[in-house]
Write a protein that binds this ligand. Structure first.
Ligand SMILES: [Fe+2]
Ligand SMILES: [Fe+2]
Length: 232
């Protein structure tokens, strides 16, 4: 079962192998997004870089994760809304069911990211309430409704916007692992939430490797939703 938690966890672990990761990543590298998601995605990434800086950091990732988790809840909610009127259309219900299953697994996964990264950032960096708490909440609010309305009007655009945001997250985690490898490998992880989720990571490095892999899964899956769900 593709959306089984154990299957997803095994997939994330398998992507630690650079060869496996490259093979998994390559087919969706060149996806050509439409103008609207490119414009919105470019704006969000640019605004994020201005507010949180170009360089990856614990607090930048905390903000990214506050924002990155909302489209999944938004799609689940939008799909639920559409079914209030489309329940007699089984084909449509199946299409929406695809999205909802993906969205439910991904939102739990993203929630784990934000909770655990928040725990780590409290030990590592000093947060500014306006920049690191209030602004990400505002971003998340607007991103939620942007994803919701786009999903109702043009689901393909909403998936492509997510593809771009997840691509950015994947690149930032890859850069962080490269820049801070030595330091991250020395730091142990001890999180009750992570254990409850069912993930095992001994060091910050191992944790961030798996989170990077999760973002790649989300990125690819967004485009597969378009292909398999035949989204407009
Ligand atoms: Fe994430
Ligand atoms: Fe993600």
């Amino acid at each position: 079962m593709e959306y089984d938690e154990q299957h997803l966890e095994a997939l994330a672990v398998s992507l630690n192998d650079p060869k496996v990761r490259e093979e998994y990543k390559a087919p969706y590298d060149g996806h050509k997004c439409s103008f609207v998601p490119r414009f919105l995605g470019g704006f969000i990434v640019m605004a994020g870089n201005i507010v949180f800086g170009d360089t990856p950091s614990y607090l930048k990732f905390r903000a990214v994760e506050v924002i990155a988790r909302v489209p999944y809840h938004s799609w689940d909610s939008a799909a639920f809304t559409i079914l209030t009127t489309c329940y007699s259309n089984a084909a449509k219900a199946l299409e929406l069911g695809h999205t909802s299953r993906f969205a439910r697994m991904a939102q739990d996964n993203e929630t784990m990211h934000v909770v655990v990264i928040s725990e780590l950032s409290a030990q590592e960096e000093q947060a500014n309430v306006i920049i690191h708490t209030v602004i990400p909440m505002l971003f998340a609010f607007f991103y939620y409704w942007m994803s919701y309305v786009l999903y109702l009007l043009k689901p393909r655009y909403s998936m492509e916007l997510n593809y771009l945001f997840e691509s950015h997250a994947f690149e930032q985690y890859s850069l962080f692992l490269e820049q801070r490898e030595h330091d991250l490998k020395r730091k142990p992880v001890d999180s009750e939430y992570l254990r409850w989720y069912g993930r095992h990571a001994k060091s910050h490095y191992e944790l961030f490797e798996l989170i990077r892999n999760d973002e790649l899964i989300h990125r690819n899956r967004s485009i597969r939703e378009i292909e398999e769900g035949h989204l407009r």
